[in-house]
Design a protein around this ligand. Structure first.
Ligand code: CAA
Length: 259
């Protein structure tokens, strides 16, 4: 594996595990960290042995946001020229393989936004989510105003964006921001277990399922249902669909060929 300074990268079976690792800065998402994260994601996406990716942080912080010290001196034209945030940060959202954010502790600002770029969030009971950018004179810039609003609705998103109020794990689950709350000590193992379950399925079928759910965020209901139907029909062109249904009828486990 390539060497990284700000993240830890390992394969746990068929699951790629990326741990954000800038403990002294509560995993603030510096340019270097986001570059390294992008490289690690590229590596796992290209690795046929990997079927799902988990991104996590420390017990104290998933990530406390963009690196404020780095961003403090930015100018409009500098941010514009560098395509600040968008270009590198959207890498997680662009992953074709399934991604899970395993969040313990602070997920603030860009940390919350990064977690929302994963396919789903598993939260430790210690997790705290907030978009506190207004308190430092800016607004969420990595998709927060859009993704949070789609996930929890306008009222809660507005309150969080305008007042910087923190949401704990229980509220986050109730609001639909996270799929489940897990005791902190079990968070990463559980996320890897879920990743293994996904990775053990047919890779192309799982990717098709992911594409279909994502269409719900980008289209109308009528168009989304059409997208789903087209993808559904496309599954019947795969060997894995034949294998999956034959295995069910023969009362045995499917032997996926990923084609
Ligand atoms: N950027 C840079 N450094 C950060 C940081 C950040 N986002 N968050 C924490 N740190 C650093 C602190 O400066 C501190 O470093 P020093 O020891 O060198 O002073 C170290 O991490 C530990 O932090 P604290 O001493 O503040 O720890 P705490 O336990 O007292 O407080 C906290 C924790 C409440 C998370 C607090 O650190 C905090 O409020 N952090 C900033 C949260 C924030 O505003 N995030 C939004 C960033 S902007 C953004 O993300 C834009 C976007 O949309 C992409």
């Amino acid at each position: 594996m390539a060497a990284y300074d700000t993240i830890l990268v390992e394969a746990r079976g068929a699951v790629g595990l990326i741990t954000l690792n800038r403990p002294k800065a509560l995993n603030a998402l510096s340019d270097q960290l986001m570059t390294e994260l992008g490289r690690a994601l590229d590596g796992f996406e290209a690795d046929d042995a990997i079927g799902a990716i988990v991104v996590t942080g420390s017990d104290k912080a998933f990530a406390a946001g963009a690196d404020i010290k780095e961003a403090a001196g930015f100018t409009f034209i500098g941010a514009h020229k560098a395509n600040f945030i968008t270009a590198k940060w959207e890498r997680l959202a662009a992953c074709r393989k399934p991604t899970i954010a395993a969040v313990a502790g602070y997920a603030l600002g860009g940390g919350c936004e990064l977690a929302m770029m994963a396919d789903f969030i598993l939260a430790a009971d210690t997790a705290q989510f907030a978009l506190p950018e207004v308190t430092i004179g800016t607004i969420p810039g990595a998709g927060g105003t859009q993704r949070l609003t789609r996930l929890v609705g306008k009222s809660k998103a507005m309150e969080m964006v305008l007042s910087a109020r923190r949401m704990d794990a229980v509220e986050a689950e109730r609001a639909g921001l996270v799929s489940r709350v897990i005791p902190a000590a079990e968070l990463v193992d559980e996320a890897v277990r879920v990743g293994e379950r996904i990775a053990a399925l047919s890779r192309p079928i799982v990717m098709m399922a992911k594409d279909a759910v994502n269409a719900a965020y980008e289209t109308t209901l009528a168009e989304g249902v059409k997208v789903e139907r087209r993808i559904f029909y496309a599954t019947f062109a795969t060997e894995d669909q034949k294998e999956g249904m034959t295995a069910f009828a023969e009362k045995r486990h499917a032997d996926w060929k990923n084609r």
